[in-house]
Design a protein around this ligand. Structure first.
Ligand code: CA
Ligand code: CA
Ligand code: CA
Length: 402
């Protein structure tokens, strides 16, 4: 016999046949507010040398609203032969939350689906594992959730004696998804000859501003992003835009971020990826702007968050022309299959023309600094800059990206 409704049945009906093999009784898990547990009936209950192990999401005790997670309960005790369990999920107000999904014939929901427990308690020697799923509450904001579980390692003697009861609680925390984009791109001006990485000359010379530089015309971006975690791999600042998936001329949010030498873009605070502030998760075109390279935009909306990194070749990899709106018309082919944002837009008007050339020519000198005319990002304005942007004359970005 499993679980203590056996005794209840005996007292009320005098009928020992009414056991709990089919369904465990409710409110026996030890969750707050319960007055009985399986120990109320099974003996000796305590003192066994077995165990209970509840796992959630392969041990990653975090959840996202509305998502389904695999769970299991493993009961073990050498010599025992029949197994039962019961579990509830409670929020911090001790209310039942989420949805139980039995996935095997050995488990079922009951008590108005607030509990999951065994069904036709399985017979097996020494150990048994129940598998099932749980779906998190549909809307965000539930916060921490605790699973209260109890298991019975029974001896299958059709009696509530010689059975052992084990309890475990597992707490999980909520993750609220953020609109974070992971992106890869190259800036032509500072890309190495093998197209495998960019220089960090501005950073190594101490020329990189700690505060984002896009607070001037034509961007007028007044964000306060600043470099709080010094990183020797920074190539330069870029300005990212999340644009409306139905109408990419509408800019929904902007964020200044750091481009690393390997093409990965990250937030100035050092966190991987770029998280837009005040933006809902969802799909957006992602545009990237640079102070003297031509802008690029993803060829299609990208769903944010887009994982934990931008996999090489995936839709966030703007080093491939098919992943940007103007593709090979606007990017520069740097060999080895990689393309880069084209350099030379010194006056930030979205086109590379004689206006840019004239500004560059009048600025040649031996000064060192953070200059728009320094289109190869080595800290100086000189002939190497002209050599790299000369092939780009005539390139023009879409009006909506200027
Ligand atoms: Ca027994
Ligand atoms: Ca220009
Ligand atoms: Ca230069």
């Amino acid at each position: 016999m499993l679980f203590c409704s056996l005794v209840v049945a005996f007292l009320t009906n005098g009928n020992y046949a009414a056991g709990n093999e089919g369904t465990p009784p409710a409110d026996m898990t030890g969750a707050p507010g319960t007055t009985e547990t399986c120990l109320s009936c099974h003996s000796p209950g305590i003192g066994g040398n077995g165990s209970i192990l509840i796992t959630f999401n392969a041990g990653n005790n975090q959840y996202i609203a509305g998502q389904s997670y695999l769970m299991s309960v493993t009961l073990s005790q050498v010599g025992q032969k029949r197994w039962g369990f019961s579990m509830v999920a409670r929020n911090s107000d001790n209310e039942n939350v989420g949805t139980w999904i039995p996935t095997n014939i050995d488990s079922k929901t009951y008590a108005s689906n607030t509990h999951i427990g065994h069904k036709n308690a399985p017979v097996m020697t020494d150990t048994y594992t129940f598998h099932f799923s749980w779906i998190a509450p549909a809307t965000t904001g539930t916060g921490g959730i605790t699973f209260y579980g109890v298991g019975n390692a029974a001896n299958n003697d059709a009696n509530s004696t010689d059975d052992y009861i084990y309890f475990q609680t597992v707490s999980i925390t909520e993750i609220i998804p953020q609109p974070t984009v992971h992106l890869r791109l190259y800036l032509e001006g500072t890309l190495n000859a093998e197209a495998t990485g960019m220089n960090t000359s501005l950073q190594s010379q101490g020329l990189l501003p700690s505060l984002q530089p896009y607070n001037i015309a034509p961007w007028y971006y007044n964000g306060t992003e600043s470099i709080t975690q010094p990183n020797p791999n920074i190539t330069d600042w870029v300005l990212l835009e999340a644009r409306n998936a139905a109408n990419p001329s509408i800019v929904e949010a902007r964020k200044a971020a750091l481009l690393l030498s390997n093409g990965i873009v990250q937030d100035a605070d050092g966190n991987l990826g770029v998280t837009f502030t005040g933006l809902a998760t969802g799909s957006y075109y992602i545009a990237v702007k640079h102070r003297n390279h031509l802008a690029a935009m993803s060829a299609a909306p990208i769903t944010l968050p887009n994982g934990n990194a931008c996999a090489s070749g995936s839709n966030c990899d703007l080093r491939l022309p098919q992943n940007t709106v103007q593709g090979n018309l606007i990017l520069s082919d740097k060999g080895n299959g990689y393309w880069a944002l084209s350099t030379g837009d010194i006056n930030h008007d979205g086109a590379i023309t004689f206006h840019d050339f004239n500004i560059w020519r009048s600025s040649i000198g031996f000064f060192t600094g953070y200059f728009a005319t320094d289109v190869n990002l080595d800290g100086q304005t000189g002939l190497p800059d002209f050599n790299v942007f000369r092939p780009n004359f005539g390139k023009t970005t879409l009006t909506e990206l200027r």
